[in-house]
Design a protein around this ligand. Structure first.
Ligand SMILES: Nc1ncnc2c1ncn2[C@@H]1O[C@H](COP(=O)(O)OP(=O)(O)OP(=O)(O)O)[C@@H](O)[C@H]1O
Length: 572
């Protein structure tokens, strides 16, 4: 017990404290019974994250790992891209000496680790694309070539690495995952990667998904190091709302909002209540806590839960570029428009520190830019559109117009039966799943949506946190194999603000606005002719004007057990 210091950082939460107590007892037992058993972890510590919190947090939790006799190989990152380089260049034999990789940092470091591990090891096909999309034909060719033994459609290490400027034909200066040829800093004397090649044994290959390898986070990012980077300016929201003419916003029935220059409620509703969205800290969603000690205990206890990952394939960076498929993975969120602009803008103000997000967020919000784009998403009978209304028919394939009553929301939590069902179906049809991404099943169809969007976002998980208590999508599940596509159509700025502020209120329904489309889908394709199209993948910049995204069901395992939520798991 004495090894848990830093009491001040721990949440004042009885359940968590009890868990600590229980876990320490288990630790002692583990020591007594399995003193000679070694669990081995590769740990990356980001020394600069959260104003140095990474190092402090690791110093706090390291004694727990020692006490549990868990072997740790610790690498303190020296630059952006260090963790990615290390993991992508690690041989599978070397990777197999570890039971998992732990990030002591923010979402940025975790995303780097995720990409470093999956880049050359996940061998699935690219996401499916709709008929009429430029690369549809090439998919067909690839199917043909797969049958002939030429596996052209699958991302190869080269094509995957193409996303990283060091390996790409085109340098993308602002993308943070800089692959360099600098030494990785990993020294595992007992292993020799050249041996692996000569052995050539399939048993040594690490592929995903698998049952044993796990990723962990000891959350240490800056308080603002959250995926959407959209939060702090909304603290200014009360002031912004005051700019709106008195009574400009009137609430209509059904949660819809319309402009009415006579209603007095706008100001009274806004006062003090609008402190929006500091969405997504992965840990907050997967364990319910952002406490380093709690996270360390989840790791030590060997908790495991699987997590869907979004595979994002960029076909083109800008409309004039050549097609060069490049792949990235995101664990929580991929967003375009507002979301991408905020992090791009914030790069210009790095010298401000975390305050840059306040500043750039405000600037981007006030610019109120919208983007012409086309989005096609896969709709199945199980993933009917959850949108309140979407009026624009574009291609004639199908108009989204779903006024049906929104279904009950079933919230994901520990031992979630929806995720369990998905996991069982995955295990039953592992082979099928591998290639199902390319095969459009009979009951699936592509639905197009086109127009001017303020943002296009895909939430893999709920993205819940202390400021957005229900997250972006309250009923998103951690491993059900679906993405939640959010299309925010151009609308007057006050309405957009009103929509955003709904995220701060538990039990509100921010997705019920007329200008919001919400689709649960397994894959979508995005096309924009905008020259400087920027995505935000887990808080990292990714340039893409044409991209396809798919949910990879349960692709990785986390040291976590799902959110321990209080209250009902069904929301209405
Ligand atoms: N030693 C390092 N020096 C500089 N950058 C690093 C280093 N190690 C990792 N990085 C990069 O820093 C970025 C941010 O990391 P992370 O999200 O973990 O921390 P953070 O404090 O939350 O950062 P931010 O507030 O900038 O988001 C990541 O893209 C990561 O690749």
């Amino acid at each position: 017990m004495a090894c848990i210091k830093n009491e001040g950082d721990r949440p004042k939460n009885l359940m968590v404290d009890m868990m600590h107590l229980f876990s320490l007892t288990t630790l002692s037992l583990q020591q007594t019974c399995y003193g000679y058993f070694f669990f081995s972890l590769l740990v990356f510590v980001h020394p600069l994250c959260g104003k140095g919190r990474g190092v402090r947090n690791w110093e706090t939790v390291a004694p727990l790992f020692d006490r549990a006799k868990i072997k740790t190989k610790v690498i303190t990152t020296e630059r952006a891209g260090h963790a990615y380089d290390t993991l992508s260049s690690l041989s599978d034999i070397e990777l197999k000496t570890f039971d998992g990789v732990v990030a002591v940092g923010g979402d940025g470091l975790f995303n780097e680790i995720l990409n470093g591990i999956l880049s050359s090891r996940y061998k699935a096909s690219y996401p499916p694309t709709p008929e009429g999309f430029g690369y549809f034909g090439s998919n067909e060719n690839c199917e043909e070539q797969i049958r002939n033994g030429l596996n052209c459609s699958r991302p190869t290490p080269d094509s995957v690495n193409g996303i990283f400027p060091g390996n790409s034909t085109k340098c993308d200066d602002h993308e943070p995952l800089l692959s360099t040829s600098q030494p990785t800093g990993l020294d595992i004397p007992s292993l020799n990667s050249s041996k692996e090649k000569s052995i050539g044994d399939q048993d040594h290959l690490v592929s995903f998904p698998n049952d044993w390898f796990r990723l962990g986070i000891i959350p240490s990012g800056s308080t603002d190091a959250i995926v959407l980077r959209a939060r702090p300016w909304l603290e200014l929201a009360p002031n912004l709302l005051r700019l709106i003419p008195k009574g400009a916003v009137k609430r209509c029935t059904g949660g819809m909002v319309s402009m009415d220059m006579g209603a007095p409620e706008a100001r009274s509703r806004s006062s003090g209540a609008i402190e929006l969205f500091k969405p997504i800290q992965l840990m907050a969603v997967t364990t319910g806590e952002r406490d380093p000690v709690t996270s360390a205990l989840f790791i030590i206890l060997g908790r495991r839960m699987s997590l869907d990952i979004a595979q994002v394939v960029r076909w083109k960076s800008s409309p004039t570029d050549e097609v060069l498929p490049t792949v990235r993975y995101a664990a929580s969120f991929a967003g375009y428009g507002f979301y991408g602009e905020v992090i791009r803008e914030s790069e210009n103000y790095r010298w401000m520190g975390p305050a840059r997000y306040d500043f750039s967020g405000t600037m981007v919000f006030l610019k109120h830019r919208s983007y012409e784009a086309k989005v096609a998403f896969l709709e199945t009978p199980d993933t009917h559109s959850l949108t309140a209304s979407a009026e624009v028919d574009v291609t004639g394939e199908k108009t989204v117009r779903s006024h049906q009553k929104r279904p009950r929301k079933i919230i994901c939590r520990t031992n979630c039966f929806i995720c369990k069902e998905a996991s069982t179906s995955r295990q039953n049809s592992e082979d099928e799943i591998t290639d199902s991404s390319r095969t459009i099943q009979e009951n699936q169809k592509w639905v197009w949506s086109q127009g001017r969007f303020l943002s296009v976002g895909a939430a893999v998980i709920s993205c819940r946190n202390e400021r957005a208590p229900d997250g972006l999508v309250a009923d998103a599940h951690l491993s059900d194999g679906f993405l939640h596509l959010l299309l925010i159509r151009d609308c007057p700025l006050p309405l957009y603000l009103w929509h955003l502020t709904q995220f701060t209120k538990k039990g509100s329904d921010p997705l019920s606005f007329k200008f919001v489309e919400h689709h649960k889908t397994s894959a979508f394709t995005f096309i924009s002719s905008h020259d400087e199209s920027v995505w935000n993948l887990d808080g990292e910049i990714f340039r893409a004007c044409e991209a396809s995204v798919q949910a990879c069901k349960g692709l990785v395992n986390l040291f976590a057990s799902g959110p321990e939520l209080t209250g009902t798991s069904i929301a209405y």
